[in-house]
Design a protein around this ligand. Structure first.
Ligand code: GSH
Length: 221
């Protein structure tokens, strides 16, 4: 295989970077990592990424600079397309929920930032954030019920959609979001993945502290 490199941000904070990293790891595609510390005065990001954002996949002279596009490319190039469900209807829904995650849930993202070194006691959040949480739970329940018969993931087999939602599992865990049933089981299952545990182990060793990812007004557990 040609040289495959994933440029990622701080593992403690970079939810976007986690998605393609987990997808590559879970599928056993070998790659090397280039960590770039985010939001530093002289960040090296520009030299690796045309958008100035991570993650970016470098495959020889090809650069792919978006988390969903990277997962798609890896699926096509190395996995014979198995990143998406084989059934056409399931595949369309998997793409829809992945796109919804990719472009939405701004309230959840900004009010419950991913910070793997933190654990908080749950407290009521804004109606807008509650709405994001409810919609994610609804997506998970629907996908599991309609398309998840062949395995434990949203579409049975682990897919790009699961990788896209993986950081949400950390957010729910960090803030102690009260869940039940399928959402609880699915969150736990994501958190117990080898790739998630390996990412977490690296994250807690990082030394940078970025104030914009520290939640305000939350009581630590
Ligand atoms: N749409 C992009 C978003 C990537 C993104 O926002 N990355 C953040 C890190 S979590 C970043 O690189 N921020 C650096 C900066 O804004 O300088 C993707 O899916 O990859």
């Amino acid at each position: 295989m040609e040289a495959l490199t994933l440029v990622i941000g701080n593992k403690n904070y970079s939810s976007w970077s986690l998605r393609p990293w987990l997808f590559l790891k879970h599928n056993g595609v070998p790659f090397s990592e280039v960590p770039v510390a985010l939001y530093q005065p002289h960040s090296a990001l520009r030299q690796y990424s045309p958008s100035g954002l991570v993650p970016v996949l470098h495959h020889d002279d090809l650069w792919v600079w978006d988390s969903l596009a990277i997962c798609e490319y890896v699926s096509e190039r190395f996995l014979n397309g198995k990143g998406w469900p084989t059934n056409m209807a399931a595949r369309a829904v998997a793409r829809a929920v992945s796109a919804e995650m990719h472009s939405g849930f701004q309230n959840l993202r900004s009010n419950l930032p991913m910070n793997l070194k933190a654990r908080y006691k749950w407290k009521p959040v804004s109606e807008a954030t509650e709405k994001d949480i409810r919609r994610i739970v609804e997506i998970w329940e629907e996908c599991r019920a309609r398309y998840g018969n062949s395995g434990p993931w949203l579409f049975g087999t682990f897919s790009i959609a699961d990788a896209m939602f993986a950081p949400v599992a950390w957010r729910f865990h960090i803030y102690g979001v009260p869940l039940g049933g399928i959402a609880q089981e699915y969150t736990q299952q994501l958190l117990e993945l080898d790739g998630m545990l390996a990412w977490h182990a690296d994250a807690v060793k990082e030394s940078e502290a970025l104030p914009q990812f520290e939640a305000q007004g939350w009581e630590p557990v």
